[in-house]
Design a protein around this ligand. Structure first.
Ligand SMILES: Nc1ncnc2c1ncn2[C@@H]1O[C@H](COP(=O)(O)OP(=O)(O)OP(=O)(O)O)[C@@H](O)[C@H]1O
Ligand SMILES: [Mg+2]
Length: 250
């Protein structure tokens, strides 16, 4: 099996209903370099994550996990590599009819490779890591927004992925909730997980990532560090970092 030390997009084009969402988009996520994709609402950030996972197929260009090109290939052919990547969706996407524990163990139960006792152990370990072990038997409807996000992270962790993609992990949380989630992401990174985040929350982005990609009108207009981004003279980047009265009418 190929290693997956690089996840990349090459000259990727993707449109919906004739509207270009991505055009000639090149992107690279290296193992060990935590990255955030920034851009205004509707820019195409969530779409990029779905394309990287092979959940959407591009119009042209290709996505590679390691040396394996996954574009136009049946999912069964890249399933093993795909398991090294987990995603925490924008809304958490927990199954309402399952308990927290069942949600976290869902994929492991489906795979049927591990014993019930071993899956139970993993569920408790992951819930403990995110600090919500006490919620094991509760249903998603009984949880706060912050707890739901933690459970969604525990579910992503269940298969010990090398990469975790986070879609707006702190949106809608109070400052303490934001702090806790950022802290959790930093702990994951220390434990060797590479993170790719999409967000428009700058504080979350800067506290958890080393490199930044800025998406504007279907293209990557900036790639670099926080310092480089803050010193950038690209008008769209400056406007995003420091909106003005004019920005209201953009
Ligand atoms: N299934 C769909 N049908 C039609 N348009 C869609 C669909 N999915 C996404 N879009 C459009 O594609 C564009 C990119 O959507 P995407 O969800 O990737 O944006 P985003 O940058 O993640 O936005 P946000 O920050 O609000 O989450 C948006 O303009 C959206 O309206
Ligand atoms: Mg989105």
């Amino acid at each position: 099996m190929n290693s997956a030390d690089l996840i990349s997009m090459e000259k990727l084009c993707y449109s919906i209903g004739g509207r270009k969402i991505l055009e000639d988009f090149d992107f690279c996520l290296e193992r060990g370099v935590n990255r955030t994709i920034l851009g205004v609402s509707g820019a195409g950030k969530t779409t990029i994550l779905k394309l990287l996972l092979g959940l959407l197929q591009p119009d042209s260009g290709r996505v590679c996990i390691g040396e394996t090109c996954i574009t136009g290939v049946p999912e069964s052919r890249f399933m093993e590599l795909r398991k090294r990547i987990a995603i925490v969706f924008q809304g958490g996407a927990l199954f309402d009819s399952m308990t927290v524990g069942e949600n976290v163990g869902y994929r492991l139960f489906e795979e049927g490779r591990l014993s019930h006792a071993e899956i139970e152990r993993i569920i408790r370990e992951k819930l403990s890591f995110v600090g919500v072990e006490a919620a094991l038997d509760l249903y998603p409807a009984e949880l706060s927004g912050g707890m739901k996000k933690r459970v969604a992270i525990a579910r992503a962790l269940a298969s010990n992925p090398d990469y975790i993609f986070f879609d707006e992990p702190t949106t809608g949380l109070d400052p303490i909730g934001v702090y806790n989630i950022c802290n959790l992401i930093l702990r994951l990174q220390s434990a060797g997980t590479t993170t790719l985040m999409v967000t428009h929350d700058l504080a979350t982005a800067f506290s958890t990532s080393q490199r930044f990609t800025f998406l504007h009108q279907a293209r990557m207009v900036f790639e670099g560090t926080e310092v480089q981004m803050k010193a950038s003279d690209i008008p769209e980047v400056r406007e995003f970092l420091q909106p003005t009265d004019q920005s209201l009418f953009v």
